[in-house]
Design a protein around this ligand. Structure first.
Ligand code: KIV
Ligand code: NA
Length: 264
């Protein structure tokens, strides 16, 4: 079977086939996720927390991202490989282009993900016009933790919800190939997904998005500290890591993950 591309993701959205996404930070887990039929493997800057043991993603560097993307690239064969642009990697369009280029050329990524709203439209356009597929990350943006004052749901208020809908529209117009919504109310995520013309991946954004993503540590129940409300440990009832990843993929595809209790 052929490698998954942004065209595949667009077709899956059109045909109502759920997109299964999961993080991986090295070859071994990328191989397992790929073999379990995960569609998109994300080398997330969440590695700052779950791999490096930091309190936030702020300390993750471009070199860290390139390194882990290169490891994950060796493990996947079928899945689309997406990599995060970390904190301060996109201060202007030239730097963003340079850094996204590194993730693709040195890391082997097929697509990059960028936290930011309409203010990042010029960055998205610059990457897009250079042939770099982009996923725009909206809602709770962990790189903004110090401006947000913590990790909490975004878009409960009508004015913020309107801004998020506008951000989604502007970024799609700028050339984004996908959107990721993190920790937004399920009804808002549904509105954005319906209005969008590109695949929408959710985490803590309800079941109506075109796809779901989780951090592998949450799927395996090995997250240090308290796991987020929207996550599910798939290990109980499964006797292997492979079994848990397959159970997650099945639950996304049949719509049994996430439940209303796993959303906002
Ligand atoms: O870094 C990450 O793992 C992410 C996902 C949680 C969406 O951005
Ligand atoms: Na991230």
């Amino acid at each position: 079977n052929q490698r998954i591309t942004v065209t595949t993701l667009a077709r899956m959205r059109r045909e109502g086939e759920k997109i299964v996404c999961l993080t991986a930070y090295d070859a071994g887990f990328a191989r397992m996720a790929d073999a379990a039929g995960v569609d998109v493997i994300l080398v997330g800057d969440s590695l700052g927390m779950v791999v490096q043991g930091c309190e936030s993603t702020i300390g993750v560097t471009m070199d860290d991202m390139v390194y882990h993307t290169r490891l994950a690239a060796r493990g996947r064969s079928h899945a689309l490989l997406m990599a995060d642009l970390p904190f301060l990697s996109c201060p202007d369009t030239a730097q963003a282009l340079h850094n996204a280029g590194r993730l693709m050329q040195e890391g082997g990524a097929d697509m990059v993900k960028l936290e930011g709203g309409a203010a990042q439209a010029d960055v998205v356009a610059r990457l897009s016009m250079n042939g770099i597929p982009v996923c725009a990350h909206l809602g709770l943006r962990p790189q903004f933790v110090h401006k947000l004052g913590g990790y909490r749901v975004q878009g409960r208020e009508a004015d913020i919800a309107a801004l998020l809908r506008e951000d989604a529209h502007v970024l799609e117009q700028a050339g984004a190939d996908a959107l990721l919504l993190e920790c937004v109310p399920a009804t808002l995520a549904q509105q954005i997904t319906q209005a969008a013309g590109i695949p929408v991946i959710g985490i803590g954004a309800g079941a109506t998005c075109d796809g779901q993503i989780l951090v592998i540590h949450d799927v395996l129940g090995i997250t240090p500290g308290r796991a987020p409300r929207f996550a599910r440990n798939f290990m109980p009832g499964h006797d292997s890591i492979d079994g848990a990843i397959r159970a997650y993929a099945t639950a996304v595809r049949d719509g049994s993950f996430p439940t209303a209790d796993e959303a906002f």
